[in-house]
Design a protein around this ligand. Structure first.
Ligand SMILES: [Zn+2]
Ligand SMILES: [Zn+2]
Length: 361
């Protein structure tokens, strides 16, 4: 096998091309993975419309949410738990931080390492070519940590753990313990919002309130454990939405607000928070101004970027161990073949689907 098919962005905003891309030689410690499922993310849509800030240079293989089977390994590798990895194992794998800069080694904040490597924006005409998930094979560079996927977790859900779900786990990690009297408001009812709903419910919140749209997504949100949902399309006035949260919290506002929509939601989110509350900002994109004078007193604001390798493991463990409590598979609402990648991206761009998955035979 010398090459494989991949969906390549060659021009922004134009249909992706299915191209044949070379299979690279494996450097020591690297793996080649045969992709079974690749879920699509809002970032893939932004990158296709692109270019993103910081500038991607084309051509790139789109996608950064892969799950697949180990096809080949150059040498011996173990997974994040120290178990040997063998051809045929179904895996996901982490991003890579440098390990030696100030953020990695002193501050212990590897997600903001300037030398971090991630996927879905790498040039497909430069070695090791296969660093995007909408391809039949992917190259796993040697420093990546490997997480085996247990049988209970579908490849599509595991793929979504490689971005959306592990970022939610990172957010809850930074948030810290949730007390049994606390109300959590979640802004957004996409894959991040629905997964965050399940985690908030699981971690013992008194109530989980979700503000999102459209109605079809909110139906999934309810089954993921929300106590109440508010449809933004029906309640368009932010003042009324604020009142809805107050009505559920004895007039105080939420103990915790988790923003998983877009930065545009932050100013409103801050009005939903009680004094002394905690805000977790996950949803990226959009620009918003904050009136510092009107911030809730003594509040804490966490910004979350990506995740550490252990959050990949936490997401996979959560999917496996809570399989009978939450209907995770309902979040993957549409499946496509590789040659339908444009249709899949279009469906994500128009919010017709919660999460789209591309399956490879
Ligand atoms: Zn993503
Ligand atoms: Zn570093």
């Amino acid at each position: 096998m010398k090459d494989c098919r991949a969906a390549v962005i060659t021009v922004h905003n134009k249909p992706l091309e299915i191209q044949r891309i070379s299979i690279p030689d494996l450097e020591p410690g690297a793996l080649l993975v045969r992709i079974e499922a690749s879920t699509l993310c809002g970032t893939d849509v932004h990158r296709w419309h692109g270019p993103l800030e910081g500038g991607d240079t084309l051509p790139i293989i789109t996608g950064h949410e892969p799950c697949g089977y180990v096809e080949a390994i150059n040498g011996e590798r173990t997974d994040i738990l120290g178990k040997p990895v063998k051809p045929g194992d179904r895996i996901v794998w982490s991003y890579v931080s440098c390990g030696s800069c100030y953020y990695c080694s002193v501050a212990l904040q590897p997600c903001i390492c300037p030398g971090r490597a991630s996927w879905g924006h790498n040039r497909s005409d430069r070695y090791p070519y296969l660093l995007g998930s909408c391809a039949e094979y992917m190259y796993v560079p040697p420093p990546c940590l490997i997480i085996k996927v247990p049988e209970e977790v579908s490849s599509a859900s595991a793929a979504a753990s490689a971005c959306a779900y592990r970022t939610v786990m990172h957010g809850f990690d930074r948030l810290g313990a949730i007390k049994s009297h606390e109300t959590i408001v979640i802004q957004g009812s996409g894959p991040l919002g629905n997964f965050a709903t399940a985690v908030a419910r699981d971690h013992g919140a008194r109530q989980v309130l979700v503000i999102g749209a459209p109605a079809a997504r909110l139906e999934v949100t309810k089954r993921m454990g929300a106590d109440a949902v508010l449809n933004m399309e029906e309640v368009a006035d932010p003042k009324e939405r604020r009142q809805w949260v107050r009505d559920h919290t004895d007039g105080r506002g939420a103990d915790v607000v988790i923003q998983v929509a877009n930065n545009l939601a932050v100013p409103e989110g801050l009005t939903l928070l009680r004094g002394g509350g905690r805000f977790v900002n996950i949803g990226a994109g959009g620009k918003a101004a904050i009136d510092v004078d009107r911030l809730p007193q003594e509040m804490i604001f966490h910004t979350i970027r990506s995740a550490e390798p252990r959050h990949w493991l936490q997401a996979i463990n959560f999917l496996a161990s809570r399989k009978n409590t939450f209907p995770f598979e309902e979040m993957i609402t549409a499946s496509y073949k590789l040659e339908q990648v444009n249709e899949a991206l279009q469906a994500m761009a128009s919010y017709q689907v919660v999460k789209a998955v591309i399956y490879f035979e």
